[in-house]
Design a protein around this ligand. Sequence first.
Ligand SMILES: NC(=O)c1ccc[n+]([C@@H]2O[C@H](COP(=O)([O-])OP(=O)(O)OC[C@H]3O[C@@H](n4cnc5c(N)ncnc54)[C@H](OP(=O)(O)O)[C@@H]3O)[C@@H](O)[C@H]2O)c1
Length: 275
Amino acid sequence: MTVRALVTGASSGLGEQFARLLAAEGYQIHLVGRDSARLAAVGQVCGELSGEPAVMSRVDLDEEESLYGFCRRVAADPPDFLVNCAGIARAPLFWEDSDKAQRELLTVNYFAPNCLIRAVLPALMAKGEGDILNVASVDGLVPGDPDMGYAASKAALVSLTRSLSIQLAGTGVRVSATCPGFVPTRIHETAGLGKVTLPWFLWRSADTVAADALRRHRRGQVVNVPSASYRAIYRAYRLVPARWSAAVVRAFHSGSIEQPTGVPADGRGGTPVRP
Ligand SMILES: NC(=O)c1ccc[n+]([C@@H]2O[C@H](COP(=O)([O-])OP(=O)(O)OC[C@H]3O[C@@H](n4cnc5c(N)ncnc54)[C@H](OP(=O)(O)O)[C@@H]3O)[C@@H](O)[C@H]2O)c1
């Protein structure tokens, strides 16, 4: 019997790596994104890895009709494994950003996963098995990132995942939120952020993060941090008094990103930003 995985944000970065890994396990992959050319290229690889042709859907998760229409189609024919990976970040100062942009941030990073989870859950619960993996961020666990709307959207996703894991206990449906630190993908440049200047040990490649997140999901780690450096930071953050941890988080963020470069005219990124 064919098992199927739906991966949003599959046209690049972490989503592409989740799609490749699940394809190599034999899942037929349903790739979701907006960039048709990138989707086709990833779909080709996934088809070869899986032996089953990939399905591709060009969906703008920020567009109401597009999102709702897609969720209706997913509910009618749900996958066995849902990976909510699509996400965006914002470069402008939080208090100078537009309502439209902050709303888009919340829609793509939190509301779209929320909708897709509700689209697949009834079928997975009826079947008594299934997987939902949400890609959050360490920013959703440790507050203080200057991209505050992003951090809040990821914290909401973590909170939803925690509640789901409690409510779904005993149903056979596994749910997790993975909370990576910095990964060299297009997201920083697409957001218009400047060069991220962090030491090498605070970066981890997209393929290793995705593999680690999948392993931790299957081990039942509901909220996990797929990087030793960021696990140490998160532990320290929880152990030290709030007054000190706030100072450390402020220092960490103050030097990590150079001045924003401004959002590219087409709103899309090009080459990955690397340390
Ligand atoms: N990179 C990091 O440092 C880092 C750290 C922690 C967490 N994360 C999270 O990891 C996830 C993947 O990001 P990434 O780093 O791999 O960045 P990425 O390479 O820029 O990938 C983002 C993906 O989201 C999709 N997407 C964005 N807006 C969309 C929309 N309106 N409708 C449909 N799809 C949309 C993009 O698809 P199209 O280009 O085809 O539209 C793309 O496939 C995000 O949720 C991000 O928050 C990243």
